[in-house]
Design a protein around this ligand. Structure first.
Ligand code: NAP
Length: 288
């Protein structure tokens, strides 16, 4: 039986309407709206598509959008000073760093210079820590998108076998914590799992499979367990096509639900960014 397609767009549209209504209410009550400041360091054609989508989503929802473009030669010290200026700016309620950053900037540590209540990507160590303690305020946008897609299936995660392939800070690790929080039995595979040849063993018993590696077809369709929920986070350009990490045709003949690539996780990730921007705004107005 062919799997049900888990498309991100319909879920994203529904959440966008909820965010929009909440912003409208807050605007009436507080006489203020969220303002998202994005910072781009140097020319970055690959980020242009994301920037355009963020800008459009913000406009649709009622979030003020500021673009800050810094020269490619901006030093880490200068970028930190710029972030500190935005941290203090009361008109700015969310800060987003466009990736990739130039190589001379430590992109793993730079988020710790954004105040946690303006860190709309959920990458400040304090926000990452809140996820660990099951008290998430602002989480990784992609991880939240994955969780929304799983939630949309209506499947109870309690005691389910969940396997995550990839252990990056923005996807694999936060998804594993969020699934653990739902009492799924969670296994995280990474490069060493693949090198030892154990990837098929783990994938074959996954009732929930989340793949975020960035290698087309790394997950063979025949490894997918009958009835599994498959969330493919990977985005890979093959020729003039965009494909995921999972062999889609073969996997969808076995899975119960599967995300398409493109059109699955991607459209929801930007919506989660908007929801985080709203959360950050609410945290800053919590006492008013
Ligand atoms: P990343 O930081 O490069 O992480 C990739 C992960 O895959 C690493 O943990 C790596 O392990 C692991 N890995 C590599 N080879 C493996 C193998 N043979 N077996 C098992 N694990 C292996 O990438 P990312 O930022 O998480 O992104 C992953 C993919 O998702 C990319 O295609 C990216 O474009 C896509 N993505 C999509 C969205 C969206 O909104 N749809 C958002 C973010 C990312 P080691 O670190 O140990 O090498």
């Amino acid at each position: 039986m062919a799997a049900i397609l888990l498309e991100g767009k319909p879920i994203a549209e529904k959440i966008k309407l909820e965010i929009k209504a909440e912003i409208e209410n807050l605007k009436n009550r507080l006489k203020a709206i969220p303002t998202l400041a994005t910072i781009q360091v140097g020319e970055n054609p690959s980020a242009a598509v994301y920037l355009k989508s963020q800008k459009k989503n913000a406009k649709d929802i009622g979030i003020e959008f500021q673009e800050h473009c810094l020269p490619g030669a901006t030093s880490e010290k200068e970028l930190i000073a710029y972030l500190e200026k935005l941290n203090k700016d009361k008109a700015v309620t969310g800060i987003l760093l466009q990736l990739p950053l130039p190589a001379h900037i430590n992109s793993k540590e730079i988020h710790s210079y954004i105040v946690p209540i303006k860190d709309v990507e959920g990458m400040h160590p304090e926000n990452v820590g809140q996820v660990m303690f099951g008290k998430m305020r602002i989480g990784s946008c992609t991880a939240l998108a994955v969780m929304e897609l799983i939630k949309s299936t209506g499947v109870d995660l309690y005691g389910k076998e969940a396997v995550i392939v990839g252990h990056s800070e923005i996807v694999g690790k936060p998804v594993s914590l969020l699934l653990l929080d739902k009492f799924a039995t969670t296994t995280v595979c990474q490069i060493a799992t693949g090198q030892r040849g154990y990837l098929p063993t783990h994938v074959k018993r996954a009732e929930i499979l989340v793949v975020a590696v960035g290698r087309p077809g790394i997950i063979q369709g025949e490894w997918v367990k009958e009835g599994a929920i498959v969330i493919d986070v990977g985005i890979n350009k093959v020729g003039d096509k965009i494909v995921g990490d999972v062999e889609f045709e073969k996997a969808s003949a076995r899975a119960s639900f599967i995300t398409p690539v493109p059109g699955g996780v991607g459209p929801l990730t930007v919506t989660m960014l908007m929801r985080n921007t709203l959360e950050a705004f609410k945290l800053q107005h919590a006492k008013t």
